[in-house]
Design a protein around this ligand. Sequence first.
Ligand code: ADP
Ligand code: MG
Length: 636
Amino acid sequence: MAKEHEGRAVGIDLGTTYSCVAVWLDQHQRVEIIHNDQGNRTTPSFVAFNNEQRLMVMLLRINLLLTLKTLSLVNFYFYYLLLHVYAKRLTGRKFSDLVVQRDILLWPFKVISGVNDKPMITVNYKGQEKHFCAEEISSMLLTKMREVAEAYLGSPVKNAVVTVPAYFNDSQRKATIDAGTIAGLNVIRIINEPTAAAIAYGLDKRNDCDGNRNIFVFDLGGGTFDVSILTIKGDLFEVKATAGNTHLGGEDFDNRMVNYFVEELKKKNKVDIKQNPKSLRRLRTACERAKRILSFAFVTTVEVDALFMGIDFSSSITRAKFEELNMDFFNECMNIVDTCLRDSKIYKSNIDDIVLVGGSSRIPKVQELLLEFFKGKELFMGINPDEAVAYGAAVQAAILSEGFKNAPNLVLRDVTPLSLGIATYKENIMSVVIPRNTSIPVKKTNGYFTLYDNQCIVDFPVYEGERPRATDNNLLGSFRLHCLPAPRGHPLEACFSIDENGILTVTAREISTGNMNAITITNDKERLSMFDIEKMIKEAAKYHVEDMQFLRRAKVMCALDSCVYNMKNALKKNNVNLILTPQEIEKINNAITVAMNLLDKNNKEKEIDVLEGHLEDLESMSKHLISKANNFIFLG
Ligand code: ADP
Ligand code: MG
C-alpha cells in the first residue's frame, strides 16, 4: 500500500475521561503505549486554568486540584460538551433552554452563549475572563498527547490517527479534525473506538483462524457506550454493525450514587448539599472511588471530611445497592447489544470473541449480564481496557504513514452509524440514499424528478436518521439546484459520498445539462447531538406504527396528485369532446375538484381510507378514458 503521510504517526484515544497515546515500534513490530511525564499510561482528559498559566491536570492529582481554591477548574468532558454544543444548536434550543441549563449546572465551570448561540466555556486566565469553544479545549488535550509522544520519540510528531465514539456524526468528526488542526496535528484518519479496540485484539488472532472470525466489542467508558460487531477474514477487518449511546457511562453510575447519598444526608443530617457545587464535586469524587472498589469488594465506605456545614460524612454502600441503583442503565446496555446483533445479522452463537473495553466494563454486574446474554461464552479481558483503543489507533497510524516499514497489513472497513437521505420535497418522505450500517467509504446515487412544469429551482434538504418522515430526522443542510425549464418529471440525480473519516459530501446534478451543486456537511451547519440520535432511533421503534401510517398516506397522496395531473392534461386535449360525453367530462371534473380538495395542504388530517377510496374512483375514470381514447385514432 502506498504510504501517504510523512514521518511517524501516532494513535490517540481522546477519551471522555482518560486519553491515551500509542505508537507502533517498527523495529520490535509491536505497539508501545506511551507514558506521560507522570509515568502514567493514560492521562485524565482534564484541563485546568489559573491566573498565571494553563495547567494540564496530570501535573497534579485531580483530588488535589479540587481542593485548590485558586484554581478555577475546567473539568472538561469532551464528548459531553460537544453533545451540548450540538444539541442546542441543532434542535434550535436557546442557550437558556432548560435541558442545556440543567447539564451546565453539573459542570464546575461557567458556560455562556457565544456567536451563533455556541456554548463557550468561561475561565479566568491570566487575570482575564477567557472563552473557549469545545474544539479549543480538546485541542489542548491533543497538544498534551502530542507532547507526550514527542518526548518519548525524541522527534516532532505531525500526524495522528484519532479515535471517536462510533456514534459520532460527521459534524463531530469534523470538529475532532479541527481540534487536531488547532493542536498542530494533522489528523490523517478518524477511526471508531470499538473498531480500534478490535484491531488491538484481532491483530494476533487473525493468524490462527481459518475463515471468518466474528468479534463483538463492548466499550463502556466514562460518558459513552459503543458496541460493534466485526468480522475478520485474513487481513480484512470489516465492521458489520455498530450501535451505542453517547450519553451513557461511568459518570451516570457515579451520579446515581451521589444522589443516593444526597438523599441520605437529607434524611440523617437534614441538609441539602445539592445547592453547593463544591460539596457535590467532592462527594462525586469519593463516589467514583467507591464505585471502583465495588468492582472487587462487596462493600465499601465513602468518607468526606467537612463535606458541608462542618459535617464529616461517612457512610457505606454494598455492591448490591450499587447494582440496584444502576440496573436500568445496565439493562439499557444489554438492549443496545441486542440491537447491534440484530443489525449485524450474525447469531450470537456465531460470535467467536467478546472483547471488553472501557473502564466501566470492569463492573461485575455488567460482565454477568453479558455472560448471561452470550450463554456463558467466555469474555475476553486479556487486553487492557484502558489502552486497547489507542493501541488500535497506533496500528492504523503505522499502516497509513511512511515512517514504518514493518507495519502490519490490514484493511479496515467501517460502517456509517445513521441512514442518510433527502426529503422528497412535497411529501416530506425520507428518501434514504445510504442506509445505516453501510460500509464506508461509499458513494451512492439516486434519481429524482422535478415536481412541476418549468420548475427551475429544486431544493435538496439532506437528513440523517431512521424515521420515514424526513422532518422527524435531523436536517444536516440544504442546497439548491437551478435547472432549465422543462415539463414535470425532468430527471435529476443526487450523489452521496462518505469518506474514510465518515464525512459526507452530497452533490446534485441535472442530467440533461450536467448542472451541478454540492455541499459538504461541516460543523458550522446545524447538526444533531448524539443524544438526539439515540432518541431518534428509540422513537423510530416506538413510532413505527405511526410511521407506517404516514407512509401509506404519503403514497396515496402522491398517486392522487399524479392522477389529477394526468387527467387534467388529458382533458385539455382538443378532441376530448369526441371521446367523452359532457356528463362524463363533468363527472371527471368533479372528481378532480374533490381530489384537489383532499390534496389541499389544510386537509392533512383526511382519513387515509377516504383518500384511498377516491384514488380508486379516479383511477377507474382514468382507465375508462384511456380505453375510450384507444378507440379514437386521433387522440394524442
Ligand atoms: P472514556 O473512554 O470515556 O474516557 P474510560 O474507558 O477511560 O472512559 O473509562 C473511564 C470510566 O471507567 C470512569 O467512569 C471510571 O470511573 C470507570 N472505571 C474505571 N475503572 C473502573 C472499575 N474498576 N470499576 C468500575 N468503573 C471503573
Ligand atoms: Mg474510551
